[in-house]
Unconditional design. Structure first.
Length: 368
């Protein structure tokens, strides 16, 4: 049986991708971050991922589907989009590295071999001297990497955990993350660096992913029927308002409240109000992942080259609109390209199955 698609959650995913994009458009629309807390959308993605993975795969894994089959399905679903985005971003990286604007200390083999290959395979970069974890896709690939670790842990046996166990993982993990946010003084705005990937990065992902699975486990409980029905548009606007909360520096308390309280409540309300979700939410969901993986290169071009005419001395809103428009355009092209690839693969598989069935029927009908 095909798993239900929650349009409200699709819409939230698309809105979160836009808030990440606008967060990275620093100094375009005005001095500083356009959406100072837009980076917390990554934590929303982690919760959504846990919910969707459990929705689609929990029964299949429980019925005996192998872990490798699960990972293969995720790879076929995610990697074509990621690789198309990586091609764009690596091309920008190579152009800027060759020009000497950035990465001047990297040797030729790092620029032309290691960075492209490590980007395509999501291998964390602990080698290049510039200190960046993913030079080709800064601010994006780290979250995808830790999410794959969550996939592996879930499919390898965590899907069998009791709901209470997963809830304990979520509470304990988020408590550690909150303490770490205070201790480092960075709040939840870290995790994508060489020193924090396997500590803060994992603490941001694993508890949130477990929370998503818990929400899936209880989303048909009568408790959900007691939640108010709120139009998804209002909930999307609430997330944008949260992302726009001002910050002159790290805000560990606010970050913890947003992630631990607001994110799960927002997702549960969207599940409860899914019948109110407009059809455009499907398109927002389809565009979210391509937009997430496509935008870093365009942002890099805008910040460090004169192609857009952008300078750090003053905001340039028109340049910002151009950058946002280009990011959406490239995301749309990636989405359409992947759809064509998927269509071709489906036709190929259909023809193969038909031909295999024909051969089998002929073999069965052949005498002797």
């Amino acid at each position: 049986m095909t798993a239900k698609r929650f349009l409200g959650l699709d819409g939230l995913r698309g809105v979160c991708a836009l808030t990440v994009l606008l967060y990275h458009c620093k100094n375009f629309f005005y001095s500083g971050y356009t959406l100072p807390h837009g980076f917390l959308a990554v934590d929303v993605f982690f919760v959504l991922s846990g919910f969707v993975i459990a929705l689609v795969y929990e029964e299949k894994l429980g019925a005996g589907n192998h872990t490798l089959q699960f990972l293969s399905n995720r790879a076929r679903r995610l990697l074509p989009t990621y690789w198309l985005g990586a091609i764009l971003n690596v091309a920008v990286f190579l152009g800027i590295a060759v020009s000497g604007i950035l990465f001047a200390g990297d040797s030729w083999w790092m620029i032309w071999l290691f960075v492209p290959l490590s980007t395509f395979f999501m291998v964390p970069d602990f080698i290049t001297p510039d200190g960046t974890l993913y030079p080709g896709m800064e601010g994006v690939t780290w979250s995808l990497f830790v999410e794959w670790i969550a996939y592996l842990a879930y499919a390898s046996g965590a899907f069998r955990f009791k709901t209470s166990t997963l809830l304990t993982v979520a509470i304990f993990g988020w408590a550690l993350m909150a303490v770490a946010g205070y201790y480092t003084g960075e709040g939840w705005g870290t995790g994508g660096s060489r020193s924090t990937l396997f500590t803060i990065g994992m603490l941001r992902c694993i508890p949130a992913f477990a929370t998503g699975v818990v929400i899936y486990r209880i989303h048909q409980h009568p408790f959900f029927q007691r939640l108010p029905v709120v139009h998804p548009g209002i909930l999307f606007a609430a997330w944008v308002a949260i992302s726009a909360l001002p910050a002159s520096g790290p805000t560990p308390t606010l970050d913890a409240v947003v992630v631990i309280v607001c994110c799960p409540v927002l997702i549960m309300l969207l599940i409860r109000s899914d019948h109110k979700a407009p059809a455009i939410c499907r398109r927002l969901g389809d565009m979210s992942y391509p937009l997430y993986v496509a935008h870093p290169g365009i942002i890099l071009l805008a910040h460090y080259t004169s192609i857009f005419g952008h300078r750090f001395d003053a905001p340039h809103p028109l340049d910002g609109l151009l950058v946002v428009g280009l990011c959406i355009a490239f995301a749309w092209m990636i989405m359409k390209t992947v759809a064509r690839i998927s269509t071709f693969r489906s036709i190929r598989d259909l023809l193969w199955n038909l031909s295999a069935g024909g051969i089998q029927r002929q073999t069965m009908a052949r005498p002797g």
